[in-house]
Design a protein around this ligand. Sequence first.
Ligand SMILES: [Zn+2]
Length: 170
Amino acid sequence: MEDLCQQVIDTYRELLNENSWASDEVKKKAIEKLDKIAIHAAYPDKFRDTSDIDISDCSLIEATRRIWMAETKHDMSCLGQNLDKDMWAEGFNILTCNAGYDPSANTINMIIGMMGETFYSSDMDVEEMYASIGAFWVGHEVSHAFDLVIHQPEHYFGRKALTEYIHDLY
Ligand SMILES: [Zn+2]
């Protein structure tokens, strides 16, 4: 999976280099961001310890409240801390059939839950895998690194150069 993701990123780099309408400076900055995308494949190397969340002996509603409170407490404890790149962003449940781009960490998250029939099978030809996982999932998520309206990269990286690059495009 990591190899496939890297191959898609490498293809993006080639396409950006060959782009005829963006300036060299814009292409350089886009490739700079592309090369900083971290690949999260299948499931995190580290999972957050949630053993302190006690949901025994309570109702479903109370359990949901306790989990929500623990999540909020955890989120608040992260404020001002350096990002742990081995941890995946909250909200990426590895059992869901989904993938995502996390703009705050510049990561693509290819969740193992999507690697079932329809999208992935060990019987697939390489071409089928490139089409389903490579193009549909990985290519799509990498494209979110260049979303202009939603992610506003300068907010996440504090790099004015990227803001200028965004403005160059419009
Ligand atoms: Zn999307």
